[in-house]
Design a protein around this ligand. Sequence first.
Ligand SMILES: Nc1nc2c(ncn2[C@@H]2O[C@H](COP(=O)(O)OP(=O)(O)OP(=O)(O)O)[C@@H](O)[C@H]2O)c(=O)[nH]1
Ligand SMILES: [Mg+2]
Ligand SMILES: [Zn+2]
Length: 296
Amino acid sequence: MSVADAHVLAAYGRQFWLRDSTGQEWSAVTRGRHADVVTGDQVAWQPLGSGQAVIEQVRPRRNLLRRSDLHRTKALAANLDQAAIVVSGEPPFSEELLLRVLIAAEREGIACMLIATKADLPQSMERIDARLKLYETLGYPVIRVAAKADPQGTASILQNQLTGRSTLLLGQSGMGKSTLVNLLVPGAELRTQAISSALQTGRHTTTFTRAFELPAGGWLIDSPGFQVFGLAHLSVSEIEHGLREFVPLLGHCRYHNCGHRHEPHCAIRSAVQTGQIDSRRHALYVQLRDEAEAIQ
Ligand SMILES: Nc1nc2c(ncn2[C@@H]2O[C@H](COP(=O)(O)OP(=O)(O)OP(=O)(O)O)[C@@H](O)[C@H]2O)c(=O)[nH]1
Ligand SMILES: [Mg+2]
Ligand SMILES: [Zn+2]
């Protein structure tokens, strides 16, 4: 007997949490050693009885956001409409990590926005405001919220952006991702605890990626904070194209293989000198390019 595809709500190591087409949820494993299943996947599956299921096959994905180092690729989530990078000034977010995420998402054609939280903390926003404005200038929507001080206002602003879409929340640990999920999805905390105890994980900081259905439709996916975000799976060209202000200038340097570092008559460096391109973004780009060239 064949059953309709299920939606992968959570992935933890080799264990998964599924929702079937009737809304019933299942703890699942994959058949054999194949474990290439990720939150947001649609899968063919079979019940094994007593709430246990087995995943037979992953359906083709629209996109797959991932990070990687030399040894391993980590898939974060699949079939996304957008990624929301959660940042705050307390603790100050890393612009390098932000850029890495933006580049990885660009490569997959996933739209990105920034959610800046903790507007209620003194100086939290002031500290990062100039940088946030830069990202707005680059065309990334930036949503400023205070989840703790103004939960209702925060919920209504975010509902506009999130309803009906599948959105991955990601960012460094402690930025406030889970706080936003708990605000927007009634019962999310309890749901998390249920899955955590079924999968035997910890409970405080987020330890695995999980999707929650939004009350008005769409999916909100919480993920564990990260401290590194490797781009070993990307080419130098993909990195260049991930800085959107670079794109119109690519191909305008004197040398077709210009690295935009020290080369003469470089369109990108000229734009940095005139202030048209932000010098900090350029410096981060050089760092990422050095890193990519060292391993390619
Ligand atoms: N003052 C203030 N504190 C906040 C706000 N949002 C979150 N916090 C606090 O920041 C801390 C971290 O919040 P979480 O939502 O757990 O952060 P996270 O991004 O999910 O962290 P990880 O799961 O470790 O990746 C908690 O102590 C929250 O109470 C906010 O808007 N204002
Ligand atoms: Mg969390
Ligand atoms: Zn150049």
